[in-house]
Design a protein around this ligand. Sequence first.
Ligand code: PGA
Ligand code: ZN
Length: 427
Amino acid sequence: KIEAVEARRIWDSRGRPTVEVEVRLTGGHRGRGIAPAGASRGSREAWDLRDGGPALRGMDVQMALAAVRDRIGPALIGIDASDPRAADSVITSLDPSLLKKDLGGNATVATSMAVLHAAAAAARKPLWRLVADQHDRRPAIPLPEIQIFGGGAHAGRRVDIQDFMIMVPGADSFDEVMEVTSEVYFAAGDIMKQRGKLAGVADEGGWWPSFDSNEEALETLTLAIEKASEKPGERVVISLDVAASEFCRNGRYRLALEDRDMDTATLIDLLGRWIDSYPIVSIEDPVSENDPDGMVEFTRRFGGRVQIIGDDYLVTNAALVDQAADIGACNAVLIKVNQAGTVSEAIAANEAADRAGYRSVISARSGETEDVTISHLATGLGTGQLKVGSFTRSERMAKWNECLRIQDELGVNSFVGGAPLTDTWWG
Ligand code: PGA
Ligand code: ZN
């Protein structure tokens, strides 16, 4: 049973305040959860409650901490934590609205994850095992999507496309993915340095580029894969998060870097040309969250060739996933626990994806901490894919390193990769 719920303010990877919750059970077991924070948020995701005002650039979280101390905590005392779904339904009943503006999604997600960790501790199981057992899933070490260049809201909008990533579906183990990624990451850095295109490191640890066009990023990434002694499109492939909501205004898309303004059809054609010219197997948010027709059209044209992930568009919401499946938009869902507000609601979105035959990618946010819950969720749910940003900075590496630790318990054969592209992967 839950005996105590404590909240404290800690600091995230961008030096901003965030909410940490600790839950203690009768019997002394404890669990801790920390809220992450997005920078390119969907308009329908759970609310990141901030105090506003002059201090800390308006980003303080005293209101969210108070929601945990005064409302969520008292409601949870005495609740049986052995099934964390019970605690999550109490949290949700306190603020059943979609946006959770009242309590704050940062307050609810930190509490929900803390309860889950406490339940795992009490059950004397690693978190991934508890999740797999309770949801009757076969645990599997996920295939990473790893950022090489940051862009969009994570790099001062220096390029319009937000994430230029690689995936290594041809690898036989998670370690092999890490090795290949390290080679590609540093090869990309070398090329950029030589060409005078390196401007530092972006929010998620990827290189901060100073390219002259979005396509220059794709060319450079392909070259980096070659420099790392890989044949692009074989073991290593490219994945993009376009995050198109960020550069959409009134139904038109503005690529500021290239000083171009276009309608949905032109953007879809442009992305199509990239799919034809580069080894791209996955595209996230190719059009805006408010452009369902564009999403359906993009899926109709390219859904057989690439994974199409809804992030801002689906915001880890089971009902929105059901609707997307009805109209034929996307074929994969990004799962961010803090978009939903509780772990149970995020798992419900994953279940909706499974029902629709859509893939799921568990994802971190651009503002992160040492919290590694998502590595356990991705493994325990067997979702198959995990996206946590790049290959530097400890708030990112903590998640990859946790997968390596889990792999030691679960065995190297538990990795989902090793698949020829034509079998399991688009292409
Ligand atoms: P965010 O971006 O965490 O800044 O919202 C991540 C993403 O768009 O996938
Ligand atoms: Zn995204």
